[in-house]
Ligand binder design. Structure first.
Ligand SMILES: [Zn+2]
Length: 472
């Protein structure tokens, strides 16, 4: 009946975040993420949930990214019916992201059945739209800074993690049998300092136990001037009479890009050309960003001034309907088109690439990491022809990569956040990093702070009592 942790994901990898806290008989899971990326990890989504169904009775979400929330509909499908606590913005984003994820799984299953390549007949989706809708009914929102009692022995509070809209650092306060209290902080994903449309990660000053992400445990970000890079490519392309095509992740990155374009427009650093947003998910996400003006940093949105949502740039055209999306194909004057998916693997961006890629007057500007094996990576690496929907298209357009965007703090930013701790945690558990990155972070924490660290492996269970004074 003591206190323990078990790691069911993001253990020596970056996806599938699921960390189980068991305290005096109550079992709370931090995040419910889907595994993504390599097949060896993705196949875990299909395996039976490693704990007895019904064992986990509460879920607390750090943020809406699918590698932190995307397993919820699967768990719902197999009977999870406890509460899912999240910030209001995380709930709103999950309302578009979980159905979108279900749609992708349904399409994959349909495609596998059509092609007949699945080992299973018929191939089934990981989960359906109904599962996504069902899991959304379990949500209960808790705003930043408000303490919430799960039961008499477990309370938690969210603070802004500055990673995406609604992202949270979670501090749990656990009451032990002798009425003493201990704290556990789960970092979720930690954002960056001095971001434009996000606040800085909120300082935390103590924790008995810390679960810390280590995505960039071995890297420092490029500190280039994003707006100058963006202005250069937009100005040069517009001067040639071309179109700037920006493949972008629908949630978060698209809104950052829109914000920077608005800034450039305001300072008249770019010509007043039209901007087209062509991704159904990005359009819905942008509406959510505008519904949560309370989450913007004060320097970006001042409610007294009331000058509108800071991510809505000027001359913005929103292509909600397929017909509006197709109409963008007729544009021959300079314009900016932002479309998903960010790695050019699916979505409306493929249609724009087919049309815009061959013309040397155009530019394709990547604003996010392009994973190995993706079409985006092949374009970036300079392939001369790119296959889309079965046909090859020559790459004539100028290809640019603006690598200054990132939603995760680098290791110096993580150390800046750790610098607020007034005493070392009894143990720091490293999660959400590839092995090398995590090891680099472990070494740095040991050397710089002399804190004890542990890198849990998949399914490892750790009794926290061993680090605590024994009960009277
Ligand atoms: Zn994330």
């Amino acid at each position: 009946m003591g206190t323990s942790l078990q790691f069911l994901g993001a253990a020596r990898t970056v996806t599938g975040s699921k960390h189980v806290l068991s305290h005096r008989g109550k079992v709370v899971m931090m995040d419910c993420g889907m595994f993504q990326g390599l097949k060896q990890w993705r196949s875990l989504n299909w395996e039976p949930f490693p704990l007895v169904m019904g064992y986990v009775d509460t879920i607390v979400l750090s943020h809406a990214h699918i590698d932190h929330s995307g397993y919820l509909p699967r768990l719902f499908r197999y009977g999870y019916d406890g509460p899912v606590f999240a910030t209001p913005s995380t709930y709103d984003l999950c309302q578009i992201m979980l159905p979108d994820s279900a749609h992708i799984h349904e399409e994959d299953a349909r495609y596998a059945n059509k092609q007949g390549y699945s080992k299973h007949s018929p191939a089934l989706p990981l989960y359906t739209q109904e599962d996504a809708a069902g899991s959304l009914e379990l949500f209960q929102t808790v705003p930043y800074g408000r303490s919430h009692e799960i039961n008499r022995n477990i309370q938690f509070e969210f603070q802004d993690a500055g990673h995406i809209l609604g992202s949270a650092l979670t501090r749990f306060t656990l009451t032990r049998e002798d009425d003493s209290r201990i704290s556990l902080v789960y970092s979720g994903d930690i954002g960056r300092y001095s971001e434009h449309i996000l606040r800085d990660p909120q300082a935390m000053d103590e924790a008995d136990f810390l679960i810390l992400e280590t995505t960039y445990g071995d890297r420092l970000h490029n500190s280039g001037d994003t707006e100058s890079l963006l202005a250069d490519v937009i100005n040069e392309t517009a001067a040639r009479g071309g179109v700037v095509l920006i493949p972008s992740f629908a949630v978060g990155r698209t809104q950052e890009v829109l914000y920077h374009i608005r800034e450039l427009q305001e300072m008249q650093r770019i010509p007043p050309i039209p901007v087209y947003m062509d991704s159904p998910l990005a359009i819905k996400a942008t509406r959510i960003f505008c519904d949560h003006l309370e989450n913007y940093p004060a320097r970006v949105y001042d409610p007294q001034e009331g000058d509108g949502c800071p991510v809505l740039c000027y001359n913005l055209h929103i292509a909600s309907q397929v017909s509006e999306s197709k109409a963008i194909n007729t544009i021959t004057d300079p314009a900016i088109i932002i479309s998903a998916s960010g790695m050019c693997e699916a979505g409306r961006v493929l249609h724009h690439l087919k049309l815009r890629l061959p013309d040397p007057n155009n530019s394709v500007v990547f604003v996010g990491y392009q994973a190995e094996g993706t079409r985006g990576r092949r374009i970036l690496e300079g392939e001369k022809q790119i296959k889309i929907h079965g046909d090859y298209y020559p790459v004539g357009a100028r290809v640019e990569y603006i690598d200054t965007f990132s939603a995760h703090g680098d290791y110096e930013e993580i150390f800046r956040w750790l610098g607020h701790f007034r005493r070392p945690p009894r143990m720091t558990f490293l999660v959400h990093g590839e092995e090398a990155s995590m090891q680099a972070m472990a070494d740095k924490i040991s050397q710089r702070l002399q804190w004890p660290v542990h890198m849990p492996s998949y399914l490892e269970k750790i009794d926290l009592e061993q680090y605590l004074p024994s009960l009277q």
